[in-house]
Design a protein around this ligand. Structure first.
Ligand SMILES: [Zn+2]
Length: 79
């Protein structure tokens, strides 16, 4: 489990990379527990794609490190 400090660092990295106008989601992999910042426009594209293929809406993303399911644990809207 990631510490609050690690989560905050990833959030700040995401904000400095994508800009503070973008809502950043911190994803944590269920398997390897690596954290990844994902901007809201990527999530919206993902949800749009799921709608297009008539899949159930899900915030689940693939971990970029091991390919396992990854879920948002915090967003920059929370802070
Ligand atoms: Zn992983």
């Amino acid at each position: 489990m990631a510490s609050e400090k690690e989560i905050q660092k990833i959030l700040n990295d995401g904000i400095s990379y994508f800009g503070k106008d973008e809502v950043i989601y911190v994803y944590e992999c269920k398997k390897c527990h690596k954290l990844d910042p994902v901007p809201s426009f990527v999530i919206n594209e993902h949800l749009g794609f799921l709608k297009f293929i008539k899949a159930k809406k899900s915030y689940e993303m693939e971990c970029p490190y091991c390919g396992s399911p990854s879920f948002p644990i915090k967003t920059s809207k929370d802070v």
